[in-house]
Design a protein. Structure first.
Length: 442
């Protein structure tokens, strides 16, 4: 079963080798899909194999990604797979959230219970595996936190050097601490995430460094399994709607691709609607939809939900496609709505980072506007762990959370210093390609 890359632009659809080090189409700069010549004659038999593998101790079967390898068959050599038993995340019934939103019932698929605490692990196992297949030694990403934590961990497991570009002073310490502990070279750049993304794309295009942001189509192959696993956990009972936060839009893009492939291969007979929720002041996809623009309407993003603080998402066309395929939609919620929804999720004993709470906030809003019917079977995807951004939670519950605020941590007393024998401090560098290459030694 062969894998290849294909441009998503209808006017192009160029096919490229799966082993090409490229992230966009060389002819038209369109986004790429990983495509397969699937040979699945009996979907029910494959479903049974998925279920049987849950009893296996094989490393591939223990992974909530590679357990479903027939649906992402780009790696022919199991020894090349880099896995940390990612996926395997639970679906919780959430009665408090259901009552809060106005739904009769609501379920939460909690991706924050992955090895590094976010859904990024589903994608990173696939992305780093492809990097290993291509004999890459250095991998890089721009990140608001979760991508960097995940890439750093998987690169460490694979014996690769990880280089992370983060916007200075715009990343939660819970996430930054992970990247530092996992040994990544962390570059703090002036500017926002979009500036960091611009620089990492330039560096990876002009060097042997392998890019692992969601513009890399292999990342999205791993994230497809969030949908596959969710359906398998539900006994292949298809929900009416899947609600997901909208940041760089890789997750919603992968959900659309998974649903379309499962439908085309006769694993499912209807497609759940993909509904994307963005923060009110980090809403480029929503603005593009409302204005019916053929081009993305970029914004200067502002939100305390740092995981989705992105004004120029690279996967926006794939997200639009996901909504078209599934009759989905996009909406926005305020900072107040996000904060309150996050507290309600906590009342169900679950907990999540702020960006995840856009889902419950969005469902409540869409119930009120009658976009969602109270009888619908809805699954909300929580993308990150509560401990990713604990300051937000503490400030909310102490009535001390502001949309705009500067907090100061002070060292009051010093005594008996512990030496940072294996310190891995972040490096501040200007957002200039020449200076970055110098730090990297390239």
């Amino acid at each position: 079963m062969s894998a290849y890359l294909q441009c998503i632009e209808e006017s192009c659809q160029k096919k490229i080798s799966a082993n090409a080090k490229t992230y966009v189409c060389p002819d038209c700069s369109g986004l790429l899909d990983v495509m397969y010549d699937f040979q699945i004659a009996d979907p029910d038999k494959v479903k049974q194999a998925f279920q049987q593998r849950r009893l296996s101790n094989d490393p591939l079967d223990l992974s909530g990604v590679w357990r479903y390898r027939e649906l992402l068959p780009f790696c022919a050599d199991p020894a090349k797979v880099v896995t940390m038993q990612e996926g395997n995340t639970p679906i919780y019934e959430a009665p408090y959230c259901a009552e809060y939103t106005g739904l009769k019932r609501l379920h939460l698929k909690h991706q924050g219970l992955n090895p590094t605490g976010s859904f990024k692990d589903n994608g990173m196992t696939a992305g780093v595996t492809q990097a290993r297949l291509m004999s890459s030694k250095i991998v890089a990403c721009a990140s608001t936190g979760n991508t960097s934590a995940s890439m750093a961990a998987y690169a460490a497991r694979a014996g690769m050097k990880a280089v992370i570009f983060i916007p200075d002073q715009q990343i939660a310490f819970g996430k930054l601490s992970q990247s530092l502990d996992y040994g990544a070279l962390t570059l703090q750049l002036e500017g926002d995430f979009d500036e960091a993304m611009k620089m990492v794309k330039e560096i990876t295009e002009e060097s042997e460094v392998y890019l692992l942001n969601s513009i890399n189509p292999f990342r999205l192959e791993g994230q497809k399994t969030i949908i596959i696993e969710m359906l398998a956990q539900r006994g292949w009972r298809i929900p009416d709607r899947v609600v997901v936060p909208g940041g760089n839009l890789g997750n919603s893009s992968s959900f659309g691709k998974a649903i379309k492939e499962l439908h085309d291969l006769s694993f499912i007979d209807k497609m759940p609607m993909v509904t994307i929720i963005q923060a009110q002041r980090a809403n480029p996809l929503y603005k593009t939809l409302i204005d019916r623009s053929a081009r993305l309407i970029r914004v200067e993003a502002h939100t305390l939900a740092t995981a989705i603080k992105i004004g120029n998402p690279v996967s926006w066309k794939k997200a639009m496609r996901a909504m078209e395929w599934t009759r989905g939609w996009c909406d926005v919620v305020s900072e107040q709505e996000i904060a309150d929804a996050k507290a309600i999720i906590g009342r169900d004993g679950v907990g999540c980072e702020p960006a995840s709470a856009t889902t419950v906030a969005g469902i409540k809003k869409l119930i009120q506007t009658r976009e969602i019917d109270k009888d619908e079977d809805v699954v909300a995807v929580l993308t990150g762990n509560l401990l990713k951004d604990p300051d937000y939670t503490v400030n909310y519950h102490q009535n001390n959370l502001y949309e705009k605020a500067a907090y100061k941590n002070e060292l009051i007393e010093r005594k008996d210093k512990i030496q940072s024998t294996y310190a891995n401090a972040p490096v501040k560098v200007k957002a200039r390609k020449e200076e970055i290459l110098k730090v990297l030694g390239l």
